[in-house]
Design a binder for this molecule. Structure first.
Ligand code: F6R
Length: 366
């Protein structure tokens, strides 16, 4: 049932070229240059006229919401807020007519997310569910939505569900942006083509599994680890740190790269691995200067980069090269080596990566 893999987590990481493809299939047509999503089209008007979109989720799904915040604001020019479901449900959130709530959940059963949307629904918000498990409670409670079609995720650490969420959220943003006229048709087509190429680029990254395993051996004895990124890759830093924490029990923190100067930089010494997500995007020069600041304090830098990035290569102790894509789509690629790194460190330390201690696959109690 693990399909020849040692663990479900590794199997599910390796399934991603297929699961992302399955998520796009029947929706994105790169030849025609169209995206079809019936659940979204039904509510196209509410989405394009939305005052704001509130993403409600927990854990990794919350990270997908954070990436989507950057994407929706850039492409659709809609105000987006991303809320921890557990906080949102106990506040007295201001919900106005025209607010759309996007609930993001792999299991569709997370108690806090479920109750948060129940409350919002009572106040008149439109609820859209981005859910993996078909027919789950969140899917049923939602007015509409889209499934991620990632298939059953058994490993407790979420991997393929996350990239599925990113793929769905990107398609929704693209549809809304085109409808609203906040992007040109040309830009839409360009992103459709790039999105269509993501599965094969993920497959290219997976070819580096052995190299990433070797890095895991090198860094497995770290007691702390810092993950840094900016823009679209800031949530990727959070996600990389979460994966490492839950699988290898190494304390890890994700931070916006520039924010480290306001505290975490005090942790940097020659023992501390600092993982930079440093692919070429509009923030690249800024990320490089953050990398210089870490090197100046003798931190051990591992950088996720695109080919030919001489500046990063000169600064980093180790690099992992990922294919280029549009910066909006980069999180779907950049999270892959971080999933593998966490997996291999957990395995190297002898832990049960499919069932990390104290964690449940689906948190149905608050
Ligand atoms: C992390 C992880 C959790 C879940 C969170 C939300 O790897 O799996 O953080 O992402 O419990 O679960 P869902 O998406 O099922 O609502």
């Amino acid at each position: 049932e693990k399909g020849g893999f040692d663990h479900f987590m590794l199997k599910e990481i390796f399934e991603q070229p297929t699961t992302i493809h399955d998520c796009l299939r029947g929706r994105l047509d790169a030849d025609k240059g169209t995206i079809t999503m019936s659940g979204i089209s039904k509510y196209a008007e509410q989405l394009t006229n939305a005052n704001r979109i509130v993403m409600v989720a927990c854990g990794t799904s919350w990270h997908a919401g954070l990436v989507a915040e950057y994407i929706f604001e850039e492409l659709c020019r809609i105000n987006v807020e991303v809320e921890y479901a557990s906080e949102f449900r106990y506040r007295n959130p201001v919900i106005a007519p025209g607010d759309v709530i996007l609930a993001i959940s792999q299991s569709g059963e997370t108690a806090d997310t479920l109750v948060a949307i129940e409350n919002a629904k009572k106040q008149g918000a439109i609820i859209m569910g981005i859910v993996n498990v078909v027919g789950s409670s969140i899917a049923r409670l939602s007015d509409t939505g889209a499934y991620t079609h990632a298939g059953p995720e058994i490993g407790v650490a979420s991997t393929k569900a996350f990239t599925g969420q990113l793929a769905v959220l990107t398609m929704v943003a693209l549809k809304v942006a085109l409808e609203k006229g906040t992007i040109t048709h040309e830009r839409f087509l360009q992103l459709v083509r790039e999105l269509n190429a993501i599965p094969e680029k993920v497959a290219k990254i997976l070819e580096q599994n052995d190299a990433i395993k070797a890095l895991a051996e090198k860094y497995k004895d770290a007691t702390n680890c810092l993950y840094l990124g900016r823009g679209y890759n800031f949530p990727v830093a959070l996600e990389g740190a979460l994966k490492l924490k839950e699988i290898s029990y190494i304390h890890a923190e994700g931070y916006p790269a520039a924010e480290m100067k306001h505290g975490p930089i005090a942790l940097v010494d020659s023992e501390l691995p600092v993982i930079f997500i440093a692919t070429k995007d509009s923030y690249h020069e800024k990320v490089i200067s953050n990398m210089q600041e870490i090197k100046a304090r003798k931190g051990r830098v591992v950088a996720i980069i695109n080919e030919g990035d001489k500046q990063s290569i000169a600064l980093a102790d180790d690099v992992i090269v990922v294919p280029e894509t549009d910066e909006i789509l980069a999180p779907m690629l950049n999270c892959i080596p971080l999933q593998l790194l966490a997996y291999h460190i957990g395995v190297a330390k002898g832990f049960d990566v499919d069932k990390p201690r104290n964690l449940a696959k689906s948190v149905t109690v608050e």
